[in-house]
Design a protein around this ligand. Sequence first.
Ligand code: CDP
Length: 213
Amino acid sequence: MAERVRPLVITIDGPAASGKGTLARRLAWHLGLRHLDSGLLYRATALRLRCAGEGATNVTAAVAAAAAVTEADLTDAALRQPAISGLASEVAAIPAVRTAVLALQRAVASTPPGAVIDGRDIGTVVCPDATVKLFLDARPDVRAARRAADHPDSDPATVAAELAERDRRDTVRAVAPLAVAPDATVIDTSALDAEAVFAVALAVVRRKAGLEP
Ligand code: CDP
């Protein structure tokens, strides 16, 4: 009988603009795993909701939007708009929205050879049995500067305020708040460039997953 190999699942949680996406893409490519940016599921929910002319106060519409999200939605460039970031964190606080997008995330995690999934609650709620859990953080001013650089036409002070408000909402919400899993390795990326973060993270992954260097 063929040996059953457990998928290699690497979770990367952390606040906005902490470097999760860049690291997740690089690790996935390097290790031959799939990458899922779970934030896109909430962004796609927000975009569908806005296209339906509704807001996050309409919980029924928000849950219907979340249930309709498919992987094909996740490539839409409009998902990165700042207005969608805010609405995404509003819909993400609705418990039934989170339930609606859980199956897709777990399906990705359970498909061999495995995946790198980044978000806020991946190591704590979505994949509590992940092989390796990372938590990326950085000083708020560093994260605000990074996000402002992504949106050169935006006012940096507005970008910083929106980021702070989103962090607050993501941290205080009752269900699946942004939190460090007890068994996660925390990496502070404030003074590290993408290359250095990748090197630190890869060393942690190799050690924890028992991979050859
Ligand atoms: O890219 P950035 O870090 O700015 O945000 P994102 O990862 O695309 O997530 C957008 C929003 O989705 C966050 O502010 C959270 O409210 C929500 N989110 C979540 O609640 N849980 C996740 N696993 C991922 C994102």
